[in-house]
Each structure stands twice: as structure tokens, then as C-alpha cells.
Unconditional design. Structure first.
Length: 245
């Protein structure tokens, strides 16, 4: 019989996903694992996890990983890559981690053109700690720290990390994708592949921002959260290639 699909070996077999229904973290970590296998990079890979639901992956990953202090993943990845230039170093960070507490480290690593890859999961909210407002929370979107919804007068506007980093000279590749349907799942996989290849080719800083849903903290059923993602999140965070040097 012809084998047409098998579970990636980069996820520990004894583990069953503990992510909430409709959460896309598990989809993305599967894609990363498939790409590492297809590119024969599993033994060279080192993932620097952020703090939050994004960091829960350490439970599942069957390859090297480390968790950085909240927000500092790009700084940790910088040290790892500079001291082990032959390794493939990538961060996996949420919006609270990458764009809020870690903003300085994130922008500085991009500005230095560090030869690392960032996988940035933008679900518009702090997931693990109970739905506090993130830099990427939409105007009007409710958060536990903004129960009436984000109000620009009080909270400012959503931050667009791809566009902010696109103001810098150094970054090599910035793309925003999603995993809301099979077509976009494949686009995300290809974007991750390209970002890893850039690192192998020594091109410098690459980031794939993946716009995802958080049904639990958005207070929506998984299917309704997909509608919200497509109608509201994509309007604020349009998908596509922002830079490809
Ligand atoms: C220095 C520090 N401050 C605050 C926290 C609490 N904390 C843990 S996870 C988290 C939010 C993570 O949100 P995000 O990065 O969006 O990731 P998600 O859970 O949505 O994947 C916060 C504030 C912490 N662990 N360490």
C-alpha cells in the first residue's frame, strides 16, 4: 500500500494536543515540523519559544528547544545563532511576547539583520493569561483589560509588526499568512520553508506572521471565530508578502 500521509516525527508520539478547540498553534507547529523534515533540518533545528500558549509546545516537540524569558526570544536566538552558525535557529512567539514585552528585542534583532527566523503568532490577544489586550487587539475588540472593547483614545491603535519592521533596512523577508483554510495552510507552510531557506542562504532576518484565532479568549465558538478572523482580523492585518529581498 502506498503511504500518502504520516504524522511528523518532530511531534512526540505519546502526546495528544492539549490546545483549546479551534486553536491554530497545533496546526502551525505541525507545519514547522513537516518543513524541518522535508528540508532535512531536524537535527540542526533549535526553537526558541516565547512565554504563553505559544510556549506550551515544549511539551510536544521532539527536537531541540528552549524557552526564553518573556519577550526575549529574539535576543536568545541571536546568541544561539551567532555561537552556532550552522544551526537553524527560529523563534516561536505570540503577540504579547513578540510585539509587547519583547518589542525592543524584536525590533533590534530585525534591525541588526540577525540571521534568524521568527514565527510570529498574532491572535490579537494574550492567550494564556486570560485574554488581556495585546498590541494587536482590534479597535472595539473586547479584552479582559478592556471590557468595553479597545478604545483608541485610551489604548491606541493595533500595531502592524510586518509593516513596522518593513521600515528597517535589514530584514530579508516579511510575510503575513493564516491557517483558516487548506489553501492558506499550504501558503503558511511555503512561507516557513522560504524563511528557513533564507537563513540557510545567510540572507538575514525573516519573519512569518501568522494571523490566527483564539476562540476561548475571543468568547466565540471555533467556527464563529473563523468568521471573525476572516472578516475583522484580515481587514486589519491583510495577508501577503510585505518584503522579499
Ligand atoms: C516577565 C513576565 N511578565 C508577565 C508574564 C505573564 N504572562 C505569561 S504568558 C503572557 C501572555 C502571552 O501572550 P501571547 O504572547 O500573546 O501568547 P499566547 O498565549 O496568545 O500564545 C503573560 C503576560 C510572565 N510570564 N513573565
Amino acid at each position: 500500500m502506498e503511504l500518502v500521509y504520516s504524522r511528523t516525527k518532530t511531534i512526540r508520539e505519546e502526546k495528544v494536543s492539549g490546545f483549546c478547540p479551534g486553536c491554530m498553534h497545533s496546526t502551525v507547529i505541525k507545519l514547522i515540523g513537516e518543513v524541518l523534515e522535508e528540508m532535512n533540518l531536524v537535527d540542526k533545528a533549535a526553537c526558541v519559544l516565547g512565554i504563553g500558549c505559544c510556549g506550551l509546545h515544549m511539551e510536544y516537540m521532539a527536537y531541540d528547544n528552549i524557552t526564553a524569558p518573556h519577550g526575549r526570544a529574539c535576543a536568545v536566538a541571536t546568541g544561539m545563532k551567532r555561537s552556532n552558525p550552522d544551526s537553524l535557529v527560529f523563534t516561536y512567539q505570540g503577540d504579547g511576547d513578540f510585539a509587547s514585552i519583547g518589542l525592543a528585542e524584536s525590533v533590534s534583532a530585525a534591525n541588526r539583520g540577525e540571521n534568524i527566523t521568527v514565527i510570529f503568532i498574532n491572535n490579537g490577544i494574550y492567550g494564556m493569561t486570560g485574554g488581556q489586550m495585546a498590541p494587536t487587539t482590534l479597535v472595539g475588540m473586547k479584552a479582559s483589560t478592556a471590557p468595553k472593547g479597545r478604545d483608541p483614545k485610551e489604548h491606541g491603535y493595533p500595531m502592524h509588526m510586518c509593516e513596522i519592521l518593513n521600515q528597517l533596512t535589514a530584514p530579508a523577508y516579511l510575510e503575513r499568512t493564516s491557517c483558516n483554510n487548506p489553501q492558506n495552510v499550504m501558503k503558511t507552510k511555503n512561507a516557513i520553508k522560504k524563511a528557513f531557506q533564507n537563513q540557510i542562504d545567510g540572507k538575514g532576518f525573516s519573519m512569518v506572521e501568522i494571523v490566527t484565532s483564539c476562540p476561548t479568549n475571543w468568547g466565540l465558538e471555533p467556527l464563529d471565530s473563523l468568521d471573525y478572523l476572516e472578516e475583522k482580523m484580515f481587514a486589519e492585518f491583510p495577508l501577503g508578502v510585505i518584503r522579499d529581498n
